[in-house]
Design a protein. Structure first.
Length: 477
């Protein structure tokens, strides 16, 4: 790719970018959210047309995007071969389709049935199925956009094995990841983008992680703001929200939990441990069949009741459950506040502009254009828009499920500092994250989930180390 330009509503997303990938290598594409990575990939794969520049390609390109783009209402086999179904006389050969799907699942060591609906499986399994589909196309270039964001450590290593086999076969792999340790483990070369421009290309061995972060952010790593040491235990003991015997059959066993004013409670556990299921029950997004969740004397039985009592929820899958991609940044941000007021009392446009501009500035949403369609933003900036929507309602309780997933190091620190400052201001925060170091850094208390049970509620004092937390997750004690 040579001299590639792309603009949206007059704002340049790519500015004369050069990018090359060599056969038999893994090439990492790096940069902050909004740097232009996803836009470059979509230009490469034909989703967007470049405004200028040249693309030369030997062979086909197969892409797995950061958000899983499959059809959850179809079977696993149908998703694996969608548009490539084996046919005879125009009709799909279903037995052949299922046989080939079973072989592909076995190759990836995926525990999924070809005939089962994709919606029956977790986001992590769906991500691996998307990767299996892309690999099976046998393209000369494979683009993996945040492929590990929903995978646990074993699944990441499984993916690495596939990538190494493809390298040995001569496939060129573009690897986008915000996990720098993964980049240094699997990549051969890396290109850094910043503000839509190419900063440079290096062999992985040529740059330390500190030097890499400096080039991604455009400032010396020594000047980067680190999250301040969190107080180990919150002073406020009065619960704002209380769950008693709360549970849902098949999702999470009954549990008790209190969220207190000015406190961050972290949910820790492996994928499938019940973290998301518990968070959704606390917001009444799913209907519990055991126990109750309450604020004061009032029981929360619906999302409407939860929001009316000042509870906000940023879901894990922001694309399908959080944002309305066809609407603008402004329209997405004011959505919850407008819903709370009722549609017969529209927020005046001038007031909308004032509120939205304040949160665009406060959260550093890029580009800072309230009329840009939110679906064109990077994943990290979409996450900030979702946070802005709920913070606009001034909630008492904020539940955030994987708010830093797929977010670059700079935006991750911004979001962590924001959540810490919200708690310091008196908000009760429930923080769900697969990154245990992040949970320990931010939380006053850590609730540990294992096999869909809440097995421990630990104060984050000097005795709670990463090793102890991992041990609790592994053993349940």
């Amino acid at each position: 790719m040579t001299g590639v330009d792309k603009a949206f509503l007059g704002v340049k997303a790519l500015d004369r970018v050069d990018f090359r990938v060599l056969p038999g290598q893994v090439h990492a594409l790096l940069g902050e959210n909004g740097a232009g990575k996803s836009t470059l990939i979509k230009v490469l794969t034909g989703v967007y047309s470049a405004d200028a520049g040249e693309i030369r390609l030997r062979g086909d390109v197969s892409t797995v995007y950061q958000e899983v783009n499959l059809c959850t209402n179809l079977s696993v086999a149908e998703n694996l071969f969608l548009g490539r179904e084996p046919r005879r006389y125009g009709r799909i050969r279903w037995r052949e389709l299922r046989r080939r799907a079973a072989e592909l699942l076995e190759r990836f060591e995926l525990d999924a049935r070809p005939t089962a609906l994709l919606s029956d499986y977790s986001l992590a399994v769906q991500q691996m199925i998307a990767i299996a589909r892309a690999v099976d196309i046998s393209a000369s270039v494979l683009v993996l956009d945040e492929p590990t964001s929903s995978l646990d450590r074993d699944e990441v290593q499984q993916l690495y094995g596939v990538m190494r086999r493809l390298k040995a076969e001569g496939t060129a792999i573009v690897f986008v990841s915000h996990f720098l340790d993964q980049v240094y483990e699997i990549a051969d070369r890396m290109t850094v983008l910043r503000n839509g421009k190419r900063v440079g290309e290096w062999a992985v061995s040529e740059l330390s992680q500190v030097e890499l972060v400096s080039r991604m952010l455009g400032r010396e790593a020594a000047t980067l703001e680190a999250l301040e040491e969190r107080p180990k235990v919150a002073l406020e003991r009065t619960p704002v929200l209380r769950a008693q015997g709360l549970g849902k059959t098949g999702a999470i066993e009954p549990f008790d939990l209190e969220l207190r004013k000015g406190e961050v409670v972290g949910f820790a556990g492996l994928l499938g441990s019940g973290r998301t299921e518990a968070a959704r029950l606390l917001f009444a997004a799913d209907r519990a069949d055991h126990g109750s969740v309450s604020i004061g004397a009032d029981t929360l039985r619906s999302v409407r009741a939860a929001t009316a009592h000042g509870v906000a929820f940023c879901p894990e899958n922001r694309r399908t459950e959080g944002l309305v991609e066809e609407l603008t940044v402004r329209e997405n941000i004011i959505l919850a506040l407008q819903a709370a007021r009722g549609w017969t009392r529209p927020i005046p446009r001038r007031r909308q502009d004032e509120l939205v501009q304040r949160w665009i500035s406060a959260l550093d949403i890029r580009p800072a254009n309230p009329e840009q369609q939110v679906g064109t933003l990077s994943g990290g900036n979409q996450q900030k828009v979702l946070l802005a929507r709920w913070l606009l309602t001034e909630p008492r309780v904020l539940i955030v499920d994987e708010p830093t997933r797929g977010v670059d190091v700079g935006a991750k620190a911004q979001i962590q500092k924001l959540l810490a400052s919200l708690a310091d201001g008196g908000m009760a925060v429930l923080f769900v994250s697969a990154e245990l170091e992040e949970v320990l850094r931010l939380s006053h208390r850590v609730a540990v989930l294992r096999e869909r049970r809440l097995v421990a509620d630990l104060d984050n004092d000097d005795e709670l180390t990463l090793d102890r937390l991992v041990g609790t997750i592994a053993s349940g004690v």
